[in-house]
Design a protein around this ligand. Structure first.
Ligand code: DP6
Length: 348
């Protein structure tokens, strides 16, 4: 049977409740610790991969989000983004035993590189579309594993549905066995617990410090061992909070984890500071609202934008309140999302 040549996949961004921060093996994208996230139903990347025997090189065409009311022009990408995409396609080609080059067209409906896990959505969509276009038969575990190997580790959590955990094997670090065992699984589907994530965008520009570089620096912080020691208890609390739908436990745990990750960033050598004054305004407001009985909690990935987690019925009120804060440019409301899925396949 001739394998399909073209496939389109949609993948969600995800927000980490417990953060992946620090890499033990850069070549294989192996973390120090497990991490847990929630998929976002409204921050999506749609990617079409077309393998074309007539192409001499891989091509990447990006349609990046340009603002809530603006058109998203297509541009041909080169340099690092194309190299990363081509490297991932190369892994999939080797798996399928083919040499065809591919045209990749990828569109986001949310700001890229601003701490909203755009590369997670992008690498999950790329991997799934590439696998489908090559006719490879991979189960969810293998898909997540190959997505992780693409280099944006958090992307492996955008493959399973709803709430996902990227587990690390127990015992001492061993690159070969960890490589074969490091992938994400779903802890619960979206309908298990109707949470919302309202992203308060305080800076929609490209973040200045890439996570890849800072993953390498994490272990230079004197606080990194303290963070790692706290993580087993925080991971257990987060699993428990999701299983029992306990928002107060989840909220206290994710706030502590976000602060801990940013303390590591601020104390790495050299240090980096992702937060701006808008970030602090949102943190203080969320804490005040929480004290007054509006149960919302903050978390922040590698950027300045603040993700505010709440129960779905409080989402509209939080969207209004957050949009009215000084420094907030716009808000992006999300429910819990499905995992990555193929939406189209064709034999050209
Ligand atoms: C802070 O290397 O997965 O979001 O830099 O977007 O490729 P990119 O992400 P990745 O690092 C993610 C770090 C994090 C925490 C997390 O998502 O677990």
């Amino acid at each position: 049977m001739t394998p399909p040549r073209s496939a389109t996949a949609i993948a969600p961004a995800n927000i980490a409740f417990i953060k992946y921060w620090g890499m033990q093996d850069v070549a294989r994208t192996l973390p120090y610790n497990g991490s847990i996230s929630m998929n976002l139903d409204a921050c999506l990347t749609t990617t079409t991969v077309t393998f074309d025997p007539d192409l001499a090189e891989d091509e990447l065409i990006l349609r990046l989000y340009a603002g809530p009311a603006a058109a998203t022009p297509a541009r041909r990408a080169a340099g690092r983004p194309l190299e990363r995409v081509s490297a991932q396609l190369g892994r999939l080609r080797a798996l399928a035993g083919v040499g065809w080059r591919a045209r990749v067209e990828s569109a986001n409906n949310f700001p890229s590189d601003a701490g909203i896990a755009s590369s997670a959505a992008a690498f999950a969509a790329l991997t799934l579309a590439g696998v489908a276009a090559l006719g490879l038969d991979l189960d969810e575990r293998e898909l997540s594993l190959w997505t992780r190997r693409g280099g944006s580790g958090s992307a492996c959590r955008s493959i399973p549905s709803g709430y996902a955990e990227w587990c690390v094997p127990g015992g001492p670090f061993d690159a070969t066995s960890w490589d074969a065992e490091s992938y994400a699984v779903s802890l619960a589907p979206p309908e298990h617990w109707a949470l919302a994530d309202v992203v308060a965008v305080v800076d929609a520009g490209v973040k200045k410090i890439g996570s890849a570089e800072n993953h390498r620096l994490a272990a230079t912080s004197a606080y990194f061992p303290a963070r790692l020691a706290e993580l087993p208890a925080r991971l257990a609390a987060t699993r428990d909070a999701i299983a029992r739908r306990d928002l107060e436990l989840l909220g206290a745990t994710i706030e502590a984890d976000a602060v801990s990750m940013h303390v590591v960033c601020m104390t790495s050598r050299p240090p980096s500071f992702y937060w701006n004054s808008g970030t602090m305004t949102v943190i203080h407001a969320v804490r005040e609202w929480h004290a007054a009985g509006l149960y919302s909690y903050f978390t922040i990935d590698a950027g300045s934008n603040v993700h505010v987690i709440c129960a779905a019925p409080d989402r509209a009120q939080l969207e209004r309140r957050l949009a009215a804060l000084p420094g907030v440019q716009f808000v992006l409301g999300n429910a819990v999302g499905m995992g990555a899925r193929v939406v189209e396949m064709s034999n050209l």
